[in-house]
Design a protein around this ligand. Structure first.
Ligand code: DC
Length: 233
């Protein structure tokens, strides 16, 4: 697993700062692409926590477990053999990187990620990963819950219309014929679910800096985060 090989230990850091950049924000804002690019620029590692929730949703789906079946859920979580390496996601050694991006998992992951027990297990794994080395981590609760001591916290936003426009163009580039209103409605549904759930709802950490990327290019966003980090390392 990628994190087992992390060479740098955070020895000597003050309790106030972990060498970790937390990038939180709503769906479709470009967090993963941005975080990957920031990590490459700094020579840090990248952790995609959304991929972990997606892999957990896939594991539960394959096991035929409903979230109401608590004993079965616990059993799947206890056996969850999840690893991330070189940008790929593995379940019990099987590469599930494509499967977790499919429509079925995208639909199932919203309720799975709202489950407090699922979050407890995955947050624990995320902390064990991020505790060693230098990381750029993206998600919904990284600055508020998982790594409250991150040295740099960014809350990346863009208007729903700007995010839907980007998603619409991505789908077109893949040869699909999306309906803009449907893409927008899906994003708004996910925004509402992520920000109103009881367990770790999406919100800006008090010490995070908000960046509205509606009118910015990817390069500008990456430059802004790297500059922000270098100004307050
Ligand atoms: O970023 P993404 O679309 O791959 O995330 C998949 C789902 O997991 C989405 O419903 C939000 C949720 N998620 C979360 O609740 N907390 C995180 N730290 C990361 C993702």
């Amino acid at each position: 697993m990628e994190w087992r090989g992390a060479a740098v230990q955070n020895v000597g850091m003050t309790a106030a700062a972990l060498p970790l950049i937390a990038i939180d924000g709503p769906s479709g804002v470009g967090k993963s692409t941005t975080a990957k690019r920031v990590a490459a620029r700094l020579g840090w590692q990248y952790l995609d926590t959304g991929a972990m929730y997606r892999a957990a949703a896939l594991a539960l789906h394959r096991a035929g477990v409903d979230l109401t079946e608590r004993a079965a859920l616990e059993s799947v979580l206890a056996r969850l053999d999840l690893s991330l390496n070189e940008g790929r996601t593995y379940l019990a050694g099987e590469d599930v990187s494509e499967a977790i991006r499919g429509q079925e998992v995208t639909r199932l992951v919203t309720p799975v990620s709202a489950d407090a027990r699922v979050r407890e297990v995955l947050v624990d794994q995320q902390r064990r990963i991020g505790d060693r080395g230098r990381w750029v981590v993206d998600g919904r609760d990284i600055g508020t819950v998982v790594f409250t001591r991150a040295c740099c916290k960014v809350f990346l936003t863009a208007s729903p219309e700007a995010r839907a426009q980007r998603r619409y163009r991505e789908l077109q580039a893949k040869g699909q014929s999306p309906d803009f209103e449907a893409v927008l409605a899906d994003l708004q549904r996910r925004d509402l679910a992520d920000s109103t759930r009881a367990a770790s709802p999406l919100r800006k950490a008090e010490d995070a800096t908000e960046l509205d990327s509606s009118d910015m290019s990817l390069d500008q966003v990456v430059d802004w985060i790297v500059a922000r980090h270098q100004a307050h390392p």
